[in-house]
Ligand binder design. Structure first.
Ligand SMILES: [Zn+2]
Ligand SMILES: [Zn+2]
Length: 346
């Protein structure tokens, strides 16, 4: 089968790989029908994720059709249409039972990391019963792909951890796909204002279409003073970091109002100064989280009812056989005006 294979930092190949086979009674083999590329895949290609070894098939998002199930799988059978969660959950270990499936002792984020992933014609999914979701009939299949990672990540790590409430002033730093998914799910709570901050005017335009109430292009370095003016010197109730660099996390610390929440989503590759000398008395909460996938089912219902429209996040479409070009487009997001790319295998 065709698969996108990591060949060490900066190197990847579309190549022929053996089709995966069942290894455990709880496994399923899924024929991928749609998948996508994540910012995390770009981090892997930079060499930022040392758990990913050469020869690994990348990808942790996608939907497909069940090809084969192990003898202990009870919720799925051949022919079922499924969403693949980026988080594999055994549902039995201490972390899974606490709802922290990202730290599952036998799962967590393993797809396209420590086991072969979804940018291929077939993938093996461990703990299939509790790591896959049924796709309802007549659902928009492209919207379903957004449930593998981006929507639950924005919602769980940003909106829920940030405790977004009606009337809040919310700042989202980073208007890439994750920041935009956070914006879409934050709107479900009717905050008073959603301030979107980015260095790319195209992304800010998209954010405005998605419902951001205020936009700030931070490339002039004046984002903090503009936010303080907008909020009459008070700051924001929720600051959500969706980039993963020191400057953006520092901005969150400088704009947070007393009692506010700073929710980190970004993948950080270096240490960030923590300004406890100003924050120690401000009653703020700082959270970090890896997506657990525990809200995927409720987000699925919100999509099928028409309350959440995630296909707005999709900017480009390719065939799976064009995955190398898709990486080229996604990797040059500003130039290509790329958000999420969909790769179809049929
Ligand atoms: Zn992802
Ligand atoms: Zn577990």
């Amino acid at each position: 089968m065709n698969a996108l294979v990591y060949q060490g930092p900066g190197k990847k190949n579309l190549q022929n790989m053996p089709r995966p086979a069942l290894q455990d009674a709880a496994d399923a083999i899924v024929r991928i029908t749609k998948t996508t590329i994540c910012g995390t895949d770009l981090h892997i290609l930079k060499g930022d994720v040392p758990t990913v070894k050469e020869g690994r098939i990348l990808g942790h998002e996608g939907i497909g059709i069940i090809e084969e199930v192990g003898t202990s799988v009870t919720r799925f059978r051949k022919g079922d249409s499924v969403i693949i969660s980026c988080i594999t959950s055994c549902a039995k270990c201490e972390y899974c039972r606490r709802g922290m499936c990202s730290h599952c002792e036998q799962g967590g984020w393993i797809l396209g990391n420590t086991i072969d992933g979804t940018q291929a014609e077939f993938v093996r999914i461990p703990w299939a019963d509790t790591s896959l979701l049924h796709i309802p009939e007549n659902a928009d299949t492209e919207a379903m792909v957004m449930l593998s990672d981006i929507l639950p990540t924005g919602y769980e790590c940003g909106v829920l951890n940030g405790c977004v409430k009606p009337g809040d002033i919310v700042a989202i730093i980073g208007a890439g796909p994750i920041g935009l998914a956070t914006l879409l799910t934050a709107k479900l709570y009717t905050p008073a204002d959603i301030i979107m901050i980015d260095v790319d005017d195209h992304r800010l335009d998209v954010a405005k279409r998605f419902g951001a109430t205020k936009l700030i292009n931070s490339s002039d370095g004046k984002a903090m003073s503009r936010i303080m003016t907008m909020t009459h010197g008070r700051g924001v109730d929720v600051a959500i970091e969706a980039v993963g660099i020191p400057a953006t996390f520092s901005l969150c610390q400088s704009i947070i109002a007393p009692g506010g929440h700073i929710a980190n989503i970004g993948v950080h590759g270096e240490s960030v100064p923590l300004h406890l000398e100003t924050l120690w008395s401000q009653n703020i909460t700082i959270t970090t989280r890896l997506v657990d996938g525990v809200t995927t089912q409720l987000l699925l219902k919100t999509i099928t009812s028409g309350r959440l429209l995630p296909t707005q996040l999709i900017s480009h479409r390719f065939k799976l056989s064009e995955v190398m070009s898709a990486y080229e487009t996604f990797g040059n997001a500003a130039r290509e005006q790329a958000l999420k790319v969909i790769l179809t295998n049929d």
